[in-house]
Every structure is written in structure tokens, then in C-alpha cells.
Design a binder for this molecule. Structure first.
Ligand SMILES: Nc1ncnc2c1ncn2[C@@H]1O[C@H](COP(=O)(O)OP(=O)(O)OP(=O)(O)O)[C@@H](O)[C@H]1O
Length: 165
């Protein structure tokens, strides 16, 4: 099945948008097995460059986002503590996955902020507010979950160790 069969403009679409769906649309591809990236400025030509771009995203978040740096340091500390306290493998996996979840959501929050800013620029828009607030809320919930997991898994052996000193 050709992918352009699904690319008919909805009836309520803005008059400027049908060019995206017309016969010369960059969204149309002949072979539906290939990714439809007609609007991309550039597509990474190989796996190595894909990794480099991904690492550039992590570096960007680390250098520009204070919260990402704070969560990286806390996450590294929690993982080190888990190793030092000899928690079980499953507990270590839960601690590691929870720390990763916070960082992943921080990255998605940063990406979404950029897309929103690109779209609305410096103007106020209620939908931009909803998008940013919800993305920030996702980070908040993951961070609270991380605090809960740390209290549940790391705190008891840490207190036992402190009492035994
Ligand atoms: N264009 C906009 N229109 C409406 N509200 C906006 C807009 N840009 C930002 N806001 C509001 O300001 C808040 C802060 O915006 P910002 O871009 O700093 O996001 P943030 O999640 O606080 O950033 P960070 O994750 O870096 O702390 C948003 O959560 C949103 O409520």
C-alpha cells in the first residue's frame, strides 16, 4: 500500500497547508517501507553520525539545563550508593532505571521546549503553556518517584550502616 493514500488533507485544514498534501508534497514517498522524511533538513547518513547527534543532544541538555545537571549528579550519587551498599541486582536495576527515567524525561522536556519556542517564538499561547507545563509535570513526577524509590531501597541499608559505625 502506498503511504500517500493516507495523506489527504482534512476538511478543516488551513488554506496554506494543502501544499503539504498535494502531488508535489515532500511528505509523499514512493516506497512505504522507507521512512517518510521529506521535510527533514538533513537525515543522519550513518549510525555513527546518529550517535554523534544524539550525544550532542545530551551535551546540550547538560550544559544549558541546570535541572539536568542536578539530576545527573543525584543519579550518579544514587547509583554509587547502591553499589556501595551492596543492594541486590533487582534493586540496583530499579534504582538505575528510575535515574535514567528522570534524565530521559528531562531530555524530552528540553526538546519539547525548543519545539514550542520554535513554533510560537516570543508570543504567549495557551497551548504552548499547556505543552510546557505538562512536560515539566512529567519530569516532576519522575523525580518524586525517584525520591520514593531511593527512600525505599537505599535509605534502610544506609541507616543500618550509619547505626553500625
Ligand atoms: N510561549 C509561551 N506561552 C505561554 N506560556 C509560556 C510560554 N513559554 C513559557 N511559558 C510558561 O513559562 C513556564 C516556564 O517556561 P520555560 O520555557 O522556562 O519552561 P521550564 O519548563 O520552566 O524550563 P526549565 O525546564 O528549563 O526549567 C512554562 O512552564 C509555561 O507555563
Amino acid at each position: 500500500m502506498k503511504i500517500d493514500q493516507h495523506l489527504t488533507a482534512p476538511s478543516n485544514v488551513s488554506p496554506s497547508l494543502p501544499s503539504l498534501f498535494g502531488s508535489n508534497s515532500p511528505l509523499l514517498v514512493e516506497d512505504s517501507s522507507k521512512p517518510n522524511r521529506g521535510l527533514a533538513w538533513q537525515v543522519a547518513p550513518n549510525l555513527w553520525l546518529s550517535f554523534r547527534y544524539a550525544w550532542a543532544g545530551v551535551r546540550y541538555a547538560y550544559t544549558t539545563q541546570r535541572n539536568f545537571r542536578i539530576h545527573t549528579v543525584i543519579g550518579a550519587f544514587a547509583v554509587s550508593l547502591g553499589i556501595g551498599l551492596h543492594v541486590t541486582n533487582v534493586e540496583m536495576a530499579v534504582v538505575g532505571l528510575t535515574c535514567a527515567l528522570v534524565l530521559v524525561l528531562e531530555l524530552l522536556n528540553t526538546a519539547l521546549e525548543s519545539v514550542v519556542d520554535l513554533t510560537v517564538q516570543k508570543s504567549y499561547h495557551e497551548l504552548a503553556k499547556i505543552a510546557k507545563d505538562c512536560a515539566a509535570g512529567a519530569v516532576l513526577i519522575s523525580a518524586l518517584t525517584a525520591v520514593f524509590v531511593a527512600s525505599w531501597i537505599l535509605l534502610p541499608p544506609l541507616l543500618t550502616l550509619i547505626r553500625s559505625l
